[in-house]
Design a protein around this ligand. Structure first.
Ligand SMILES: Cc1cc2nc3c(=O)[nH]c(=O)nc-3n(C[C@H](O)[C@H](O)[C@H](O)COP(=O)(O)OP(=O)(O)OC[C@H]3O[C@@H](n4cnc5c(N)ncnc54)[C@H](O)[C@@H]3O)c2cc1C
Ligand code: SF4
Length: 330
C-alpha cells in the first residue's frame, strides 16, 4: 500500500478546491471501487478527499415533474425510494440487479457513474494495459476477452463499462449535474462516458476537479412498460455479460415511444436511437423486436472468447421488449 493523506471536506467548493490541479488527488465516496483499485495498485493517490459529508444526500422533486438524485445518496436508498420505485421502476430494478445489498448500502450514485472497468488485465499490473498505462498495449485483444466489448471498441481498448444503474439512466435520458473550478454545468448521460478511441485511459468527459453533485431524471419514467434484463454468470454479485434496459409507451398494440440501452457490450452504456426509431409506430410483436435487435447489433464485432455476446444480446433485447410489452396486460 502506498502512503496517502486524507482530507474530509464539508462543502462542495472545498471539495473542488482540494482536487483541482492535483492529478494525484481523488474523491472518495462509498469507497467500494477506489479502495479496491488502491489495494491492487492500479490507482495510487497521494491524497483522498472524503466527500461523504457534503450535503448531496437528498432525492428531491424537480420543477416539471422530474426527480433530482443527490450524488451521495446510496444506491440502496435510491432504489428503494418511493418516488423512484413508482415513477422510475426501470432504474430501481437496474440498481438492484447490481452488486450485493452490502455494496449497495455503501455505493453512491456519483461513484456508480465513475466506477472503472472490470477488465481482468486492467486490474493485473503485471500485464500491459492502455487504460492503466497509456501506450503499453491491450492484453485483452488477443487474450481472454469473454467479458469484453462487441460495440464501439477500438484497437487500443475493448473494455466495457460495468454499471447497471447507468444503463437505465441512459434509457431515461438522465442529466448529470457537475460543479468544477469553472462553475456548474450539465452533461447528458449519453455524453458523460466516452468510447475508447485512442485515449482509453479517459473514461468520461468530466474535467479535472469537477465533482458530480446530482443526477436529474426527466419526468417521463416509462413506469407502465419497462424491463431491465441482466444476463450474467451468477444471479447475484456478478457483472453483466449483457444487459438491456427497455422502456415502451404503448398505444393499444402500437409502440408510441421506445427507449433501448445496453450494458456489458461497450466502453460506455450503449443506446441505439436507430433501433428506437425502428420500433416507434410498429406493432409490439416479436418480429418488430427482432428487427430492432438486428439494428442494435449491426456492426457488432467479437474478439474470440466474447463472440457469443452478439447472439446473446439479440435474444436479450427481444426478451426484454416482450417482457416490457406484457406488463400491465396480464
Ligand atoms: C464485488 C463487487 C461487485 C459489484 N457488482 C456490481 C454490479 O453488478 N453492477 C454495478 O453496477 N456495480 C457493481 N459494483 C460496483 C459498485 O456499484 C461501485 O463500486 C459503486 O457504485 C461505486 O460507488 P462508490 O460511492 O463506492 O464510489 P467510490 O469507490 O468512492 O469512487 C469511485 C470513483 O468515483 C469518484 N467519485 C465518487 N463520487 C464522486 C462524485 N460525486 N463526483 C466526482 N467523483 C466521484 C472517485 O474519485 C472514484 O474515482 C460492484 C462492486 C464490487 C466491489
Ligand atoms: S481492454 Fe482496455 S482495460 Fe482491458 S487490457 Fe485492453 S486496454 Fe486495458
Amino acid at each position: 500500500m502506498n502512503n496517502f493523506s486524507y482530507l474530509r471536506v464539508a462543502d462542495v467548493a472545498s471539495a473542488v478546491n482540494a482536487v483541482a490541479g492535483e492529478s494525484d488527488t481523488f474523491f472518495i465516496a462509498g469507497g467500494t471501487n477506489i479502495i479496491d483499485l488502491m489495494k491492487e495498485n492500479v490507482t495510487r493517490p497521494k491524497r483522498l478527499v472524503d466527500i461523504t459529508h457534503l450535503p448531496l444526500t437528498r432525492i428531491e422533486e424537480r420543477e416539471g415533474g422530474g426527480l433530482r438524485l443527490g450524488a451521495l445518496v446510496t444506491n440502496a436508498d435510491t432504489a428503494y425510494n418511493t418516488a423512484v420505485r413508482h415513477r422510475y421502476p426501470l432504474l430501481s430494478k437496474a440498481i438492484l440487479a447490481g452488486a450485493s445489498p452490502q455494496l449497495r448500502n455503501m455505493a453512491t450514485n456519483g461513484g456508480n457513474l465513475l466506477q472503472r472497468t472490470r477488465c481482468y488485465y486492467f486490474y493485473d499490473t503485471a500485464t500491459p494495459c492502455n487504460k492503466r498505462e497509456p501506450g503499453t498495449g491491450c492484453s485483452a485483444l488477443d487474450g481472454f476477452n469473454r467479458i469484453h466489448a462487441i460495440l464501439g471498441a477500438s484497437e487500443h481498448c475493448i473494455a466495457t463499462h460495468p454499471s447497471d444503474m447507468c444503463v437505465a439512466l441512459l434509457a431515461l435520458e438522465a442529466i448529470v449535474q457537475v460543479t468544477g473550478p469553472n462553475g456548474d454545468r450539465s452533461i447528458s448521460l449519453d455524453q458523460f462516458h466516452r468510447l475508447p478511441g485512442d485515449t482509453p485511459h479517459i473514461d468520461t468527459n468530466l474535467a479535472r476537479g469537477e465533482i458530480i453533485t446530482a443526477i436529474d431524471l426527466p419526468a417521463k419514467g416509462f413506469a407502465d412498460h419497462y424491463e431491465y434484463l441482466k444476463v450474467r454468470d451468477r444471479t447475484s454479485y456478478a457483472f453483466a455479460l449483457v444487459s438491456v434496459a427497455a422502456a415502451l409507451e404503448l398505444n393499444g398494440d402500437t409502440i408510441a415511444d421506445a427507449r433501448l440501452a445496453l450494458g456489458g457490450v461497450a466502453h460506455k452504456p450503449w443506446r441505439s436511437r436507430e433501433a428506437e426509431a425502428r420500433l416507434v409506430g410498429q406493432p409490439a410483436t416479436r418480429e418488430t423486436f427482432e428487427a430492432a435487435a438486428e439494428l442494435v447489433l449491426h456492426g457488432a464485432k467479437g474478439f474470440g472468447s466474447n463472440d457469443f455476446k452478439i447472439p446473446l444480446a439479440k435474444r436479450a433485447i427481444v426478451r426484454a421488449l416482450e417482457t416490457a410489452t406484457r406488463m400491465g396486460n396480464a
